[in-house]
Design a protein around this ligand. Sequence first.
Ligand SMILES: Nc1ncnc2c1ncn2[C@@H]1O[C@H](COP(=O)(O)OP(=O)(O)OP(=O)(O)O)[C@@H](O)[C@H]1O
Length: 191
Amino acid sequence: MSSNALITATGLGAIRGERVLFSALDVSLGFNEKLVLRGPNGSGKSTLLRILAGLTRPDAGTVETAGTHHWLGHRNGIKSHETPRQHLSHWARAWGSDADPEAIASQMGLARPMDVAGRLLSAGQKRRTALGRLLLVDRPIWLLDEPFTALDSDGRAMLTRMIDDHCQSGGGVIAALHGDAPFEASRELTL
Ligand SMILES: Nc1ncnc2c1ncn2[C@@H]1O[C@H](COP(=O)(O)OP(=O)(O)OP(=O)(O)O)[C@@H](O)[C@H]1O
């Protein structure tokens, strides 16, 4: 693996049913890089992110990583009874984080709904809660599946700053996106 890479994936292939989603695909992510994944619905962006996160085995190829990752899928993963404070506290404990979950929730614009159950949160509040997990522990690789979904303009600006800060401090991001990227992408990969 290149010493300049957070991720080096080589010869990746994924077959779903009769369909080859991709084959012989090489993907790399360098330090400070923002790689945007593009492609129509069903082209395999989520599948590729899951493979890079080690959640799904590729049908061909290898993935090498030089660090830990955060993966954020389409679903926010917040239980119906769980408040933003409880959700972030749970993951802070699970990951041995020293971060203050309440401070992170506030930073994510969740001071008001801090103690509101997940089932009552708006779509954007749920997404902000899920995004707060990225700040609980410092992991160099962020794998984000349509992370701007449901965010208002302030939320989009906030996530853009988070991504910029993360990459400026040596991390890398791969994000599947539809539409314009609110941040300046280093590279794009179309499936
Ligand atoms: N476990 C599975 N079994 C069968 N087909 C699957 C499975 N997982 C994914 N697929 C199919 O693989 C294709 C790629 O799905 P994927 O979610 O990776 O696409 P995507 O590019 O992320 O799409 P979108 O832009 O709609 O989110 C789809 O046609 C999907 O139905």
